[in-house]
Design a protein around this ligand. Structure first.
Ligand code: C5P
Length: 206
């Protein structure tokens, strides 16, 4: 079984993906981390984000088990990840890695921007998780405050809108709901009701 979850930043897709994986006994891959890991390595070595051949080489040596979510969560790394995500050759390399993960038994939940459209077009079930930008910015701001950082709601909202724009307008694998994906709008939902809704959708599709 493969569950494909796509959607914009701070839509709740990551939390849902993790909880669905636990619930259905599947492995989980946050594919955003693969873009973040490559971006972080470029930044750490002072290399230009547009250098695709170096980015590909980093991707080829990427060890999924070594990706440290707490380090890769930094805002600048997310921004840099979204900039390198326009590089077609790099995406090809990361997509291969993500597909190998998805096809390893007992199956997996993958979340990202192009899982249902490009990485796993034959997934058992596809969800497109979204929420109004204001609701996403509110959640992201609250999360930052609870982590002792406060970037301010307005700047978080501006950043999210800019990132959505870049991710949905790029020519290679833009963020897009697959034709056969079920839309889950979590604007008016807390995480518990969103999780219940997602479990129902997956159970119906199994
Ligand atoms: O989801 P996250 O914020 O970690 O993703 C960082 C960036 O990586 C996104 O803004 C997007 O540009 C890119 N990404 C992508 N395709 C994916 C996952 C992430 O292009 N499947």
């Amino acid at each position: 079984m493969i569950i494909a979850i796509d959607g914009p930043a701070a839509s709740g897709k990551g939390t849902l993906a993790r909880r669905l994986a636990d619930h259905f006994g599947l492995r989980h891959l946050d594919t955003g981390l693969t873009y973040r890991a490559v971006a972080a390595a470029l930044l750490a070595n002072g290399l230009p984000l547009g250098d695709e051949s170096v980015a590909i080489e980093i991707a080829q040596n990427l060890d999924l088990a070594q990706m440290d979510k707490s380090i890769l969560a930094a805002h600048e790394i997310g921004e840099a990840a979204s900039r390198i995500a326009v590089l077609g050759g790099l995406r090809e390399e990361l997509v291969n890695l993500q597909r190998r993960f998805a096809q390893t038994p007992p199956g997996a939940v993958l979340d990202g921007r192009d899982i249902g459209t490009v990485v796993c077009p034959d997934a058992t079930v596809k969800l497109f998780v979204t929420a109004a930008p204001e609701a996403r910015a509110r959640r992201r701001t609250d999360e930052m405050i609870s982590n002792g950082k406060d970037a301010g709601y307005t700047s978080v909202l501006d950043d999210l809108k800019r990132r959505d724009e870049r991710d949905s307008q790029r020519t290679v694998a833009p963020m897009k709901q697959a034709d056969d994906a079920v839309l889950l709008d979590t604007t008016e939902m807390d995480i518990e009701s969103a999780f219940q809704a997602a479990v129902d959708i997956v159970s119906r599709a199994k």
